[in-house]
Design a protein around this ligand. Structure first.
Ligand code: PGA
Length: 251
């Protein structure tokens, strides 16, 4: 059956020394809680400290973005090959903040996903509707469209390294969480899109996370839903007690 994955997304927070301290504190709190994979996606400059601090623990480290070209004149960008050499195993792709502030499109999400998968990384691909799109009744159409474009040219074999995070834009960093039923429904649309592309068996094996104000209080109810296979967690992933409580809920 599909894996439950609890992943933190630190965004533009935490210096390398803060990352080291945090992971040293978190590691004994989540030790042995292996019914889910535990991942922290961190700023590029934190990766060295984070991978070092996580060595020998059950915490895996991810990046928050990757460029789609292998190399070249792209000042400030980081390639998949560079990430692999740092020791990260995961990378977040297409987060709504990148779509909103940094010109990310469904097409570039697809290119980044392919670059990450071809380099052997696990891709956490984010999709989600805005409040306006939800109110207009486009949630299902949009989630399926975003999912299908993101996964274009991905092979069935590569799907085992794909995680999709359903993150309703209106629930990110707002304190407004989707209800467990809304999360289950959104994740179900994503899974249906995967089934339409790759068939039911692969869809049943694909981890679909929920993200958007998941915390220690609401995680158990969200994770109890059939289609919710973990979480992508911002704010609560930077508080050891809260993140541990979410890991506990998944266990
Ligand atoms: P949040 O962020 O948990 O702070 O809402 C989630 C995310 O952006 O992945």
């Amino acid at each position: 059956m599909r894996k439950t994955v609890i992943a933190g997304n630190w965004k533009m927070n935490m210096t390398p020394s803060a990352a080291r301290t945090f992971i040293k504190e978190l590691a004994p709190m989540v030790a042995g809680k292996d019914k889910c994979d535990i991942v922290l996606c961190v700023p590029y400059v934190d990766i060295a400290a984070a991978t070092e601090a996580a060595k020998g623990t059950n915490i895996k480290i991810g990046a928050e973005n990757v460029h789609f070209k292998a190399s070249g004149a792209y000042t400030g960008e980081i390639s998949a090959e560079m990430l692999v050499e740092t020791g990260v195993e995961y990378v977040v792709i297409g987060h709504s903040e990148r779509r909103q502030y940094f010109g990310e499109t469904d097409q570039t999400v697809n290119l980044r996903t392919l670059a990450a998968l071809n380099a052997g990384l696990k891709a956490i691909v984010c999709v989600g509707e805005t409040l306006e799109q939800r109110e207009l009744g486009y949630t299902e159409t949009l989630l399926k469209y975003q999912t299908k474009i993101a996964l274009t040219n991905v092979t069935a074999e590569q799907m085992k390294n794909v995680i999709i995070a359903y993150e309703p834009v209106w629930a990110i960093g707002t304190g407004v969480t989707a209800t467990a039923d809304q999360a289950d429904e959104g994740n179900g649309y994503v899974r249906a899109a995967v089934a339409e592309m790759f068939g039911d068996a692969i869809a049943a094996e694909t981890t679909v996370q929920y993200g958007g104000s998941m915390n220690d209080k609401n995680a158990a109810e969200l994770l109890a839903k059939e289609n919710v296979d973990g979480g992508l967690i911002g704010g609560a992933s930077m508080v050891t007690e809260k993140f541990t409580a979410i890991v506990d809920a998944a266990n």
